[in-house]
Design a protein around this ligand. Structure first.
Ligand SMILES: Cc1cc2nc3c(=O)[nH]c(=O)nc-3n(C[C@H](O)[C@H](O)[C@H](O)COP(=O)(O)OP(=O)(O)OC[C@H]3O[C@@H](n4cnc5c(N)ncnc54)[C@H](O)[C@@H]3O)c2cc1C
Length: 403
């Protein structure tokens, strides 16, 4: 996007650049550049979050009263773009997901306890929505929570939970009442992952990474004080949060950085003389520009606390499909160089060897190996997580086309 920056925004960009320049150690840059999934390694995220917090920049979209930056849409865009260009790590998922939900639906005690710890990274969150029989049809979720004194006693399982292996808190949907309307009777609960009765089992992806998990809950006691919003009315909180998850992500800047890397570093002269390849590259670049403009509109709406409704679905579809397309281009451009380099992994889906993996186990240290093939493999999941794209198309058909 050609922002035509105002003098104030240009000064802000320079301030961000100066900060990134001084704060990013070679190790942190490496973690950001060689990132093979949506999030970079846990240790790097924590170190980065602590640095951002010290600078007062831990939560760009939060209001200042809760320790956020209250930046304008343009400032957030500038920050994201500069962060990506500099190869900085990602922030933990709690900041953009459960944070806004607690601010909107949480009580004062919850805000005072959880928000500051999210900013520092002391609390590292995972999202416990999906279950083996409840993914697209989330209202089918069956993990039971039965009231006993001042606690809810939770029994059941959650699956595909990103980062449950490193998280110390989970925001979770549990069933507190069974009735004819499945969306009623669901409660939004915050669970301490150190509670007795929780067992986390790894799910290894085709890229060889261990990021996803299945979690088993056996009579886990969670205080009633950890309910966000009202008991049995968690669907309202969940829907608000899903809008953030689908619409609050900025895909375009990252895609632009990757396309630039393909054009400048990955595709050799021969490929850039190939009209078929350059046509694909140009077409993708144009669509990323379109996405970029859409994101600016959606970010503005989120910033003003306006509902974005079905626009979130549109952006999720376009963003994840373009992510896949860009990594396909990268794979083609890298050719034989795009071999997997994963000495820490036996076979995808097979036994885990030597976890946790360190960066060098993912890549030989060359950025293209983070994009292709590992990011290529990881990105296959983009059209499934955060609500499968088929479901998003269904939402659009209903909301926009009235079908
Ligand atoms: C990498 C990854 C990370 C994830 N992280 C998390 C996480 O941190 N926390 C969490 O709670 N969940 C997470 N998930 C789970 C994710 O939200 C679900 O996988 C997703 O909602 C789809 O559910 P499902 O896997 O049960 O597939 P299903 O719902 O069984 O769908 C199977 C297929 O059928 C299609 N389909 C289903 N219903 C319809 C319909 N009505 N119309 C048209 N097509 C339909 C789907 O699009 C899909 O192609 C993650 C998933 C992945 C792959």
């Amino acid at each position: 996007m050609n922002l035509g920056l105002s003098p104030q925004d240009a000064a802000f960009r320079d301030e961000v650049r100066a900060f990134l320049d001084s704060a990013l150690t070679p190790k942190l840059r490496r973690a950001g550049t060689l990132m093979t999934s949506v999030y970079c390694d846990h240790d790097a995220q924590l170190e980065w979050q602590a640095l951002l917090h010290r600078r007062g920049w831990a939560a760009p979209s939060w209001p200042t009263e809760h320790g956020g930056c209250d930046w304008s849409v343009i400032q957030r865009y500038i920050f994201t773009r500069e962060r990506l260009l500099a190869g900085a790590p990602t922030s933990p998922l709690g900041i953009n997901m459960v944070g806004p939900a607690i601010m909107r639906f949480g009580n004062d005690a919850q805000k005072a306890f959880f928000l500051p710890r999210m900013l520092t990274g002391e609390h590292f969150w995972c999202q416990g929505y999906s279950e083996p029989q409840a993914g697209s049809d989330l209202a089918a979720l069956a993990m039971r929570a039965v009231r006993d004194g001042d606690d809810l006693v939770c029994t059941g399982t959650k699956i595909w939970t990103t980062h449950a292996n490193v998280a110390n808190w989970m925001f979770c949907l549990v069933r507190t009442t069974t009735g004819p309307r499945r969306q009623q009777g669901i409660t939004f609960l915050l669970i301490d992952m150190d509670s007795p009765g929780i067992d986390v089992k790894p799910i290894v992806m085709s890229s060889g990474e261990w990021v996803q998990n299945q979690i088993f809950f056996d009579e886990v006691r969670v205080p009633l004080a950890n309910i966000v919003g009202h008991i049995d009315d968690g669907w309202t909180v969940a829907k608000y949060l899903l809008e953030y998850e689908r619409g609050g992500t900025a895909y375009a800047a990252e895609l632009q950085v990757k396309l630039d890397a393909i054009r400048r570093n990955l595709a050799g002269d021969a490929l850039l003389d190939d009209p078929l390849f350059t046509a694909r590259l140009a077409e993708t670049e144009i669509e990323v520009e379109v996405l970029d403009a859409m994101e600016a509109e959606i970010l503005a709406a989120l910033g003003d606390d306006r509902a974005i409704g079905a626009d979130a679905s549109m952006m999720k579809i376009l963003g994840t499909e373009l992510q896949q397309r860009v990594t396909e281009l990268a794979l083609d451009a890298a050719g034989p160089m795009a071999r997997a380099y994963q000495p820490g992994v036996a076979v995808p889906g097979g036994p885990i060897v030597g976890y946790p993996i360190v960066l060098d186990d993912y890549c030989s240290g060359q950025p293209w190996q983070a994009i292709a093939p590992l990011r290529y493999l990881n990105e296959r999941a983009g059209t499934i997580y955060a609500g499968a794209n088929e479901i998003q198309r269904g939402i659009l058909a209903k909301a926009e086309l009235g079908l």
